[in-house]
Design a protein around this ligand. Structure first.
Ligand code: ATP
Length: 253
C-alpha cells in the first residue's frame, strides 16, 4: 500500500536536547492515524516538522512520495493542511474573511465559495461569529475555525494537533463525521490527541510516541488482538510503564 508519510531516522534537537530520536514511521494513505504519547513526548514537534514549520537535525521525510525539502515545498503545501496547537489564525480578520483568504490561497473557485463557508460555519456552530474578529473568539471556537480552514481545500493529507481540545461534544461529533467523510474520499488524516476514547473509535492505525521514539505501532490487526480484553488507555499505560510518584502528595493534601 502507498504511504502518505514516510519518515526515516528522524532526529530533532532543541538546545542540545534530543527530542526526536532516530524516529521511523510510515502512515498508509487513506488512514485516520492516531499519534498518542505522554506530555513532552514530541508529538507537536513532529507535526511541526511535517508541516514545514520546524527544521530537523537528521533524517529523511517523504510526503506523498515527495521529499520534504525547499524544492518541493510548494507542491507539498498544495496537498496538506493543518490545525496546529495553538491554532495559527489571523487575529484581526473576521472568521468569514479568514476563510475567504484561505480559499484565495488554495485557489478555491469563487463560485459557490460563500455557501461553502457559511455551511461549514453553520455545521460547526460558528455562524454567530461569522463577522466577529478572530481575537474575540473563545478557545474552542478558534480551534473549530482553524479546523474549517484546514478542510476547506480538501487536502490530501490533514495534520491535526489536538483538534478536539476545548471542543464541545456536539461539535466533536460533527468534526468526526467530516473526517470520516474525507477518509472515504481517500484522504489521510494524522491526529494527535490525549483523548484516547476518541482516538480509539475514530482512528485506524495508532502509534505511541514516547521520549522521542515510536515505541509501538498498532495496526488494525494488532489492535483487534490487543483490544479484545484491554482498552486503549490500558494498552497505552502498559507501553509507557508509568513511574510511581516519589512522594505521597495525598497524605498531606
Ligand atoms: N521551542 C522549544 N525549545 C526548547 N525545547 C522545546 C521547544 N518546544 C518543545 N520543546 C521540548 O521538546 C519536547 C517535546 O515537546 P512537544 O511539545 O513536541 O511534546 P508533545 O508530545 O506535543 O507534548 P504535549 O502532549 O504536552 O503537548 C519537550 O521536552 C519540550 O519541552
Amino acid at each position: 500500500m502507498k504511504s502518505a508519510i514516510e519518515i526515516k531516522h528522524l532526529s530533532k534537537t532543541y538546545e542540545s536536547k534530543e527530542v526526536l530520536s532516530d524516529l521511523q514511521l510510515e502512515v498508509p494513505t487513506g488512514n485516520i492515524f492516531g499519534l498518542i504519547g505522554p506530555n513532552g513526548a514530541g508529538k507537536s514537534t513532529l507535526i511541526g516538522i511535517l508541516t514545514g514549520l520546524l527544521d530537523y537535525s537528521r533524517g529523511e521525510i517523504l510526503i506523498n512520495g515527495l521529499e520534504l525539502n525547499e524544492g518541493n515545498e510548494l507542491e507539498i503545501k498544495q496537498q496538506v493542511a493543518s490545525v496546529l496547537q495553538p491554532p495559527l489564525l489571523f487575529e484581526h480578520f473576521t472568521s468569514h474573511d479568514f476563510l475567504n483568504y484561505i480559499c484565495d490561497i488554495y485557489e478555491i473557485r469563487e463560485e459557490g465559495r460563500a455557501e461553502k463557508i457559511s455551511s461549514l460555519l453553520d455545521y460547526l456552530g460558528l455562524t454567530e461569529f461569522e463577522h466577529a474578529k478572530i481575537n474575540k473568539l473563545s478557545s474552542g471556537s478558534r480551534k473549530k475555525l482553524s479546523f474549517c480552514a484546514a478542510i476547506l481545500s480538501e487536502p490530501e493529507i490533514l495534520f491535526l494537533d489536538e483538534p478536539f481540545e476545548s471542543i464541545d461534544v456536539i461539535s466533536i461529533g460533527r468534526m468526526k463525521a467530516i473526517l470520516k467523510h474525507l477518509q472515504q474520499k481517500g484522504k489521510t488524516i494524522i491526529i494527535t490527541s490525549h483523548i484516547l476514547e476518541i482516538v480509539e473509535n475514530l482512528c485506524n492505525d495508532i502509534a505511541i510516541l514516547h521520549k522521542g521514539k515510536i515505541i509501538a505501532y498498532l495496526d488494525s490487526e494488532s489492535r483487534r488482538e490487543l483490544q479484545k480484553d484491554s482498552s486503549l488507555n490500558e494498552i497505552f499505560e502498559s507501553y509507557i510503564e508509568v513511574e510511581k510518584p516519589k512522594y505521597d502528595v495525598l497524605s498531606w493534601l
